[in-house]
Design a protein around this ligand. Structure first.
Ligand SMILES: Cc1cc2nc3c(=O)[nH]c(=O)nc-3n(C[C@H](O)[C@H](O)[C@H](O)COP(=O)(O)O)c2cc1C
Length: 224
C-alpha cells in the first residue's frame, strides 16, 4: 500500500488518495471503507478456532442486513469441529464434481469460473478439505425456497458478516459450492427443513495468506 497525492481539487474525500495495488482509494477512508477494500477471499487459515462469542457477533451482523419486506429469511447452520468440516468438504467435493460433469466436460471450466468466480481454479480432490480450505468455521446460510427475493437478502447478510469479520481481524471466503451440500448423503446431519434451500456457505478464520487484490473492472458505470 502506498500513498500518492491527487491533483484533483474536487476530490470530495481528500487531495490524498491511497493506492492499494491498482485501486485508488481515499487516504482518509473510514473503517467501513478500509474493511471493504481490505477484505479478500482467503483460502489458507491458521489452526486457530474462532471463539463462540465472536461467532455470535458475526451472525448478529448478518441479522442486521436489510431484507425484502423485512422477512429476515436467513437461517445459519454452523460447523466448528474439524472432523465435521472435513467430512462435509469431501462429500461436497464429490457432489460438485458430479454437478459439473452433468453440465458437460467442455463447460466445466466455463461454469466454474464464470458462475462461481473461482479464479483460483478447482481441485475437488486436493487435500483434507478441498472446499472449505482448512477454515475453522463454516456457516451454511439457508432461506425459504418459496421466497423469490431471499437470494438477494442472503447476499447482503453474507457480506455484512464478512465485513464485520474483517473488522475483527478475521478473514473469510464465500463458498458457493457449499450449496451442493444438499446433494450429499450427510446433508440430513444439518437438519435443514425441506422448505429451505442452502444459498451459500461462508468460511471464517485467521488467515494464513495475503492474496493480491483482483483488479476491478471499471468501465461498467453509465451516467445518463
Ligand atoms: C457467490 C460466490 C460464490 C463463490 N464461491 C466460491 C467457492 O465455491 N470457492 C472459493 O474458493 N471461492 C468462492 N468465491 C470467492 C470468489 O472467487 C472471490 O470472491 C473472487 O475471486 C474475488 O476475490 P476477492 O473476494 O478476494 O475480491 C465465491 C464468491 C461469490 C461471491
Amino acid at each position: 500500500m502506498s500513498f500518492i497525492t491527487s491533483h484533483n481539487d474536487t476530490d470530495h474525500f481528500s487531495k490524498e488518495i491511497c493506492e492499494v495495488d491498482s485501486l485508488l482509494i481515499p487516504k482518509t477512508m473510514n473503517e467501513v471503507f478500509k474493511n471493504i477494500y481490505q477484505r479478500r477471499a482467503v483460502r489458507k487459515y491458521k489452526d486457530k478456532p474462532v471463539e463462540r462469542a465472536t461467532i455470535e457477533t458475526l451472525i448478529d451482523a448478518g441479522r442486521m442486513a436489510p431484507s425484502a419486506i423485512n422477512i429476515q429469511p436467513w437461517k445459519f447452520y454452523i460447523l466448528t469441529k474439524k472432523e465435521d468440516i472435513r467430512a462435509f468438504s469431501k462429500e461436497i467435493a464429490k457432489a460438485s464434481a458430479k454437478g459439473f460433469l452433468k453440465s458437460g466436460i467442455k463447460n466445466i471450466v466455463k461454469t466454474a469460473s464464470s458462475a462461481l468466480h473461482l479464479s483460483h481454479g478447482i481441485d475437488f480432490f486436493k487435500g483434507q478439505d478441498p472446499i472449505f480450505h482448512g477454515a475453522p468455521l463454516v456457516i451454511f446460510i439457508s432461506s425459504p425456497k418459496d421466497n423469490e427475493w431471499s437470494g438477494l437478502d442472503i447476499g447482503m447478510c453474507a457480506q455484512n458478516m464478512m465485513l464485520a469479520a474483517k473488522s475483527l481481524g478475521i478473514d473469510s471466503c464465500p463458498v458457493g459450492l457449499g450449496k451442493f451440500v444438499e446433494q450429499t448423503k450427510i446433508f440430513p446431519k444439518l437438519h435443514i427443513p425441506k422448505a429451505e434451500r442452502v444459498n451459500i456457505s461462508l468460511i471464517f478464520g485467521y488467515g494464513d495468506e495475503k492474496p493480491a487484490i483482483h483488479e476491478r473492472i471499471k468501465n461498467n458505470a453509465f451516467y445518463l
